[in-house]
Design a protein around this ligand. Structure first.
Ligand code: ADP
Ligand code: 5GP
Length: 185
């Protein structure tokens, strides 16, 4: 059985990080650690949550072909380090937690990748989760919410859409999707 490249996307605040944490606790997956030029949030650690790098270093990695994909999102660069993912895929199913444009670039380069879009039950609940997380200003929260319509508009290009209403149900739905895809490859 080959290992799977699993790509999770969804609006900021929908619960991707929370879902990934639960999936990772199963011990079966490897999580790709992206590079970003944004500043770390309280509690985030370099090398665990992201590789926090300068714009100069990011641009150099682009030139060197070091990214599987990258995009500029909310004024910062985010990218998936190619060598990291390729080496982990040799032994594990690898999860990428990335936004839509990057995810569709991964699908174009790796058609066998499994793309799952995670959406909230509605915008109000998304707003409440972003406010509850307390990491961004109201202005940044509205910027992130307004991006949701774009993400929904591209969700038809994903293999599956999962609504994160009840967390446990969403995690088990994702695990079932992964299991059935692995049985096909
Ligand atoms: P993302 O990684 O998509 O930006 P997070 O995982 O940081 O989102 O989740 C944003 C907030 O929503 C967190 O405070 C998290 O605890 C909460 N949350 C996640 N899933 C649910 C859920 N199913 N129901 C209620 N709150 C949730
Ligand atoms: P945040 O700043 O909230 O951590 O992430 C903002 C957005 O960037 C999220 O939608 C997240 O999925 C996305 N993201 C994180 N890493 C990558 C990456 O390597 N590539 C792309 N394209 N998007 C990423």
């Amino acid at each position: 059985m080959r290992n799977l490249l699993i790509v999770l996307s969804g609006p900021s605040g929908v619960g991707k990080g929370t879902i990934v944490k639960q999936l990772m606790s199963r011990g079966r997956y490897c999580l790709s650690v992206s590079c970003t030029t944004r500043s770390p949030r309280v509690g985030e650690e370099d090398g665990r949550d992201y590789f926090f790098i300068t714009t100069e270093k990011f641009l150099k990695m682009i030139d060197e072909g070091g990214f599987l994909e990258y995009s500029n999102h909310f004024g910062n660069y985010y990218g998936t380090p190619k060598a990291f993912v390729e080496s982990r895929l040799l032994s594990h199913d690898v999860i990428l937690e990335i936004e839509v444009d990057g995810a569709l670039k991964v699908k174009a380069a790796h058609p066998e990748a499994l793309l799952i879009m995670i959406l909230p039950p509605d915008k109000e609940r998304l707003r409440a989760r972003l406010k509850g997380r307390g990491a961004e200003s109201d202005e940044k929260i509205e910027e992130r919410i307004s991006r949701m319509d774009y993400e929904v508009s591209r969700s038809g290009e994903y293999d599956y859409t999962v609504i994160n209403d009840d967390l446990t149900a969403a995690v088990s739905e994702i695990e079932n999707i992964i299991k059935s895809k692995k049985e096909q490859i």
